[in-house]
Design a protein around this ligand. Structure first.
Ligand code: PDD
Length: 269
């Protein structure tokens, strides 16, 4: 299982939420976190601080550990899980109004039914994304039985009848952390939020379509297969993105939200 966490101004954003999802994903594959979320948060914050990286991301991966090839889980008395995390720089994202639009390419959803687990077994996502790129798109949009699920590496949302419609996390939708913040932002600006699946027909009629992820924040959809969806960012998407940027600033610059982890006087190694 893995996590991708964005660093803004040298501080991890929504670290506590990411570690909570990591714990759920690990539970989903019957694996215990080798350290508590509190200790992990402290260690991650130490590494981010040491790296002196201001704009970037943390990649964290937890596997069952190194052992001889077998379908059976290794004996946890002898094989210890392997946890790695590293920090790398990323270019700072443009202002919400300057965000480029994206093109989505429809792909059949051939993934398993536990997509709520953020697992490194990403072969269907990788194949779909590459096919979308080869067709001139930016992201693959997974659709099954006429319903929109999510993209290969992002969640998808629509503005329909003045409401934010967002497919709920579940068998075919990852509980995206950016999605969680998006929903919080929508409520803050008084936008009704409906967490439900939506159909291809509804999506075609939507006033605005957007996708969200840790690395891209919120991107407006300009094209979907052969159709133009929008020629510039829609007013609601823009407002949501500006509110999102404020949430980032609040958490990472002024530390207004509760700190993700208390500062402990010990390390975990
Ligand atoms: N991908 N859905 C899928 C299938 C994803 O892989 C991702 C994130 C998301 C959005 O989740 P979040 O808002 O928590 O980043 C939704 C990451 C960025 C990746 O694999 O690199």
């Amino acid at each position: 299982v893995y996590e991708v966490i964005r660093i803004y101004g040298g501080k991890p954003f929504t670290l506590a939420e990411h570690l909570q999802r990591l714990e759920r994903s690990a539970e989903g594959i019957k694996l215990d976190l080798p350290y508590s979320r509190t200790v992990l948060a402290v260690e991650i914050e130490k590494l981010v601080h040491k790296s002196q990286i201001s704009e970037g991301m943390i990649y964290l991966q937890l596997t069952r550990g190194a052992c001889s090839r077998n379908h059976l889980f290794p004996d946890c008395a002898t094989v210890k899980p392997t946890l790695l995390f590293y920090v790398r720089t990323l270019p700072a994202l443009p202002e919400a109004k300057d965000q480029p639009g994206v093109t989505l390419i429809t792909m059949p959803d051939e993934r398993w039914k536990r997509c709520w687990i953020k697992s490194i077994a990403l072969l269907p996502n990788v194949l779909a994304k590459n096919e979308a790129i080869s067709k001139g798109g930016d992201e693959a949009l997974f659709i099954e039985d006429g319903l929109i699920h999510e993209c290969s590496a992002s969640n998808v949302h629509a503005i329909i009848d003045g409401k934010l419609i967002s497919p709920p996390p579940g068998p075919k939708v990852l509980p995206g952390i950016t999605r969680q913040v998006l929903i919080r932002c929508a409520r803050e600006i008084g936008l009704d939020v409906v967490e439900r699946a939506f159909s291809i027909d509804e999506a075609r009629r939507a006033a605005e379509l957007m996708i969200t992820s840790t690395t891209r924040e919120i991107s407006w959809v300009k094209r979907w297969d052969d159709q133009t969806v929008a020629t510039c960012v829609g007013p609601t998407t823009l407002r949501l993105h500006e509110t999102f940027k404020l949430a980032v600033q609040q958490e990472t610059r002024t530390g207004e939200r509760a700190s993700t982890a208390p500062k402990l006087a010990f390390g975990c190694r």
